[in-house]
Design a protein around this ligand. Structure first.
Ligand code: COA
Length: 107
């Protein structure tokens, strides 16, 4: 179940007819959540090179049949790149907490 989509940065426009490639990578797991980094690339059909057009992080929560959050199998970062992404996800979590506090009166 999607619980959060945020930090979407549209770096370049994608034009009609462009070829689009989407990479989705697990970058962190919490107790019940899975954090996925999504990178979108696009290229004109005549251009061999993809350019990054969008990046964001999406958080999913594993739910049971009653819709209640349930424990997820932990993902352990092994490579330096995975460890960096994991730190990035945890930094974003802290930042989101302060954004949530700021937005609370409007919910
Ligand atoms: C997803 C849902 C089941 C979570 O229930 P909840 O009672 O809010 O759950 P909790 O407060 O126990 O949090 C569950 C997890 O979500 C994470 N979470 C909660 N709010 C979050 C936020 N704003 N950003 C990122 N993660 C968040 C928590 O950190 C927790 O993860 P962890 O266990 O790994 O630490 C519930 O919020 C829901 O049903 N939301 C609607 C989802 C939906 O309709 N999605 C479709 C969108 S298209």
């Amino acid at each position: 179940m999607t619980v959060y989509v945020g930090g979407i940065r549209f770096i370049k426009p994608v034009s009609i007819g462009d070829i689009v490639k989407v990479d989705a990578t697990v970058i962190h797991t919490g107790n019940t959540s899975i954090h996925i980094a999504v990178d979108v690339f696009s290229r004109h059909i005549a251009d061999p090179e993809y350019k990054k057009t969008t990046h964001c992080v999406i958080v999913f929560v594993s739910v049971d049949q009653n819709g209640k959050p349930q424990h997820v199998k932990p993902w352990i970062p092994k490579t330096e790149v995975e460890k960096k992404f994991c730190e990035y996800a945890q930094t974003l979590t802290k930042l989101r907490d302060s954004i949530s506090k700021e937005m609370k009166p409007f919910f």
